[in-house]
Design a protein around this ligand. Structure first.
Ligand code: R5P
Length: 315
């Protein structure tokens, strides 16, 4: 960081240009002119046209699939800005890829989330702005400031608009209890239930029990992400078998890879609420509704730029 002036700019990578444009509209700041072309062999050929010397730069680039492409593009953008004497560089990663590999859970495996953190810092990031990290402790992989936002207020507004009567908030696995509890608390102390999930492989899971009572109740299943859709489809299936009535799903990151769309379409789910942290493709679940986190991210960017509190956005 070379010290920044009151100049601020937003730079879009290619992973979610619609979200970057929405953030720029919220902030009333035009996107910086940046070109991310390709060399004939597929390598990125990046150039930022604007003079960003001394500017407070926010690079919008969720590292969603194609994760390796989006990650490398982000690293190159950071390096480009650092070599252009940007004043301060914040990597805005509404979806932080590789977050699920945050420890050595068996021998001879990498800690991929740590590698991502190291490379971001080495490439020029002075700060990171993330949304619903898969594991909050990833913040500790960085020795630079990490602002961690929650999509909960945005998703809760959409849940409330559905007028779900006396809901039970359901976590699709034990790891999601903290998130489910915070939704339940915000929904006037709604009841809580947990699905007993066992992961068999990257895309296969088994569910055996529901801890808590869902019979005759409307349920809201909350999670940080839907990847292959196995966890959510199985959770919806088991709560319906246990007598749940309306099933609403509220999830921050719609990764939706592999068989996700087919699984979700076949599952007993009435409505799927997701954010635009990741762009949805043409092929999307039939009951999906996208709510935008652009206003939330824009407010966080504005507060960071003004050296004002980010946590106050959640008071
Ligand atoms: C698990 O810890 C996560 O919160 C998600 O439940 C999981 O990553 C979803 O994966 P999938 O959609 O492939 O079951």
């Amino acid at each position: 960081m070379t010290g920044y002036s009151d100049k601020i700019t937003v730079i879009a990578g290619n992973s979610n240009p619609a979200l970057a444009a929405a953030i720029s509209r919220e902030l009333k700041i035009p996107l910086a002119s940046a070109n991310s072309r390709r060399f004939p062999d597929g390598e990125f050929d990046i150039k930022v046209d604007d003079d960003l010397r001394g500017t407070d730069c926010f690079v919008i680039q969720p590292t969603c699939p194609p994760v390796n492409e989006n990650w490398i593009e982000l690293l190159l953008l950071l390096d480009c800005l650092r070599r252009s004497s940007a004043g301060r560089i914040t990597a805005v990663m509404p979806y932080f890829g590789y977050a699920r590999k945050d420890r050595k859970d068996e021998g001879r495996v990498p800690i991929s989330a740590k590698v991502v953190a190291n490379t971001l810092v080495h490439s020029g990031a002075d700060r990171v702005l993330a949304l619903d990290l898969h594991a909050a402790q990833i913040q500790g992989f960085f020795d630079i400031p990490v602002d961690h936002l929650y999509a909960k207020p945005v998703l809760l507004a959409a849940v409330r608009a559905l007028q779900v009567d006396q809901p039970v908030v359901v976590s699709p696995d034990v790891g999601g209890i903290k998130m489910a509890r915070s939704y339940a608390k915000a929904l006037d102390g709604a009841d809580l239930a947990i699905v007993d999930k066992r992961r068999i492989s990257g895309s296969q899971i088994a569910v055996e029990h529901v801890i808590g009572d869902v019979e005759g109740r409307n349920v809201i299943i909350v999670d940080d992400m839907i990847s292959t859709g196995g966890s959510m489809a199985e959770a919806a299936g088991i709560v319906r078998r246990h007598g749940a009535r309306r099933v609403v799903v509220a999830v921050t990151h719609a990764v939706l890879c592999g068989p996700a769309v087919e699984r979700l379409d076949a599952a007993p789910i009435d409505r799927i609420l997701v954010t635009d942290s990741i762009p949805l493709g043409e092929k999307r679940p039939q009951n999906v509704e996208v709510v935008s986190v652009a206003p939330l991210l824009a407010r966080a960017i504005r507060n960071i730029h003004r050296n004002e509190s980010v946590s106050s956005l959640f008071d």
